[in-house]
Design a protein around this ligand. Structure first.
Ligand code: GLN
Length: 205
């Protein structure tokens, strides 16, 4: 039987929520596997897929680069390791990040996703909200997307498939083994995004 080992980047952010969502998704899909927190280059080595949670992208990026975890993760993603980045996680995956106020940020990024993101792009009065968004790849039923000081994916390269778009811009993309969402699928009961991620991990085993 195939056993999946899913790592959740465990530096900062809504780590526990992803662990719970992955465990529930594995149970519902009758997949055999386990979750573990990833905080070291050694942990990056032994996982079959990684989730980078939402939180504060500058904190996650700078802390994880100190001991070489970020660098090792970048190498494995480039070689095909499936990864799901949500909100701050999506920012970290991107090639370039901009801020509404200061323009291009000089923060540490993985830079593996050919996309530019605009941080905190939804403005003050709409900083946090829930919206049913269409994600045709996950089925006809709209996805309950939770946005918390969310970024917008403002431009993407040719190899990037747009999975979902709202009126402000792109909010979910896939570039082969890389999935990124502006919103937090781990905060809704809908596990379709985590199940889709697990299907990528499974097909990469
Ligand atoms: N605004 C945060 C950042 O730029 C992301 C917010 C989140 O992950 N919910 O890192």
């Amino acid at each position: 039987m195939t056993t999946l080992r899913i790592g959740v980047f465990g530096i900062q952010g809504d780590i526990e929520e992803h662990v719970k969502a992955v465990n529930s998704a594995m149970e519902q899909e009758k997949l055999h596997g386990e979750t573990m927190l990833v905080k070291t280059p050694e942990a990056v080595e032994i996982v079959d897929g990684v989730i980078i949670p939402g939180g504060e992208s500058t904190v996650i990026g700078s802390l994880s680069s100190i001991n070489g975890t970020l660098g090792r993760l970048e190498e494995r993603i480039v070689k095909g390791l499936p990864v799901l980045g949500t909100c701050a996680g999506a920012i970290l995956l991107s090639r370039e990040a901009e801020d509404r106020v200061i323009g291009r940020t000089r923060q540490k990024l993985l830079g593996v996703l050919d996309a530019t993101v605009k941080r905190n792009a939804f403005g003050r009065q709409r900083e946090s909200f829930e919206e049913a968004v269409s994600i045709p790849k996950l089925g006809a039923e709209p996805f309950p997307a939770v946005f918390i000081r969310a970024p917008i994916i403002s431009s993407v390269g040719e190899q990037v498939e747009v999975l979902s778009r709202v009126k402000e811009g792109i909010v979910a993309v896939q570039q082969r083994n890389i999935l990124a969402t502006s919103f937090h699928p781990e905060l809704s009961r809908d596990l379709r995004f985590h199940k889709y991620f697990l299907s990528l991990v499974l097909s990469n085993k």
